[in-house]
Design a protein around this ligand. Structure first.
Ligand SMILES: [Cu+2]
Length: 160
């Protein structure tokens, strides 16, 4: 084996180990992972998704719910061109689980400055856990083009 061949193989192996280490650290120690869609909303072709969502928990009551001391679940529905609810109030430092879906077309669910970044697909449930440590106002925006007024699609997050 050539000397340079060995050196390049060694360098490639070292880079691979560094990348795997960074991946393991970010997912295990920092809790960063891909947004997941853990559930489906079952409906048939004849049913209107809007009506099905109105009867499917937790989407029958969109909003903030305290599920345990210091733990909140925020249920959000994306629809052209707004989010339900339009204002979300949360206490700072609480563990927040966002459970969201779309009522019509594919929407985005993105809070700039955080790692909350999901896709809302009609009939699928998206979930993301986040802790807002800093009080303040955050903006929830759609970052998947969803039509003419896509740029107006947002909700306000107030963390106190
Ligand atoms: Cu959009």
């Amino acid at each position: 084996m050539e000397r340079f061949e060995k050196a390049f193989l060694c360098a490639a192996a070292i880079v691979l180990v560094i990348f795997l280490g960074a991946l393991a650290y970010s997912s295990l120690a920092m809790g960063i992972h891909l947004p997941s869609h853990f559930g489906m909303i079952h409906y048939t072709a004849g049913q209107k998704l809007r009506r099905v969502l109105r009867q499917t928990p937790p989407f029958d009551r969109p909003g903030v719910r305290e599920i345990a001391p210091g733990k909140y679940q925020v249920t959000v529905i994306g629809l052209t061109w707004s989010f339900l609810p339009a204002v979300i109030e949360l206490p700072a430092g609480a563990e927040v689980t966002f459970v969201a879906t779309s009522m019509d077309v594919i929407h985005g669910f993105f809070i700039p400055g955080t790692r909350v970044n999901m896709m809302l697909i009609p009939g699928q449930v998206s979930e993301c856990v986040y802790r807002f440590r800093q009080p303040g106002e955050y903006l929830l925006i759609c970052h998947e083009y969803c039509g003419r007024l896509h740029h107006t699609m947002s909700a306000r997050m107030v963390v106190k």
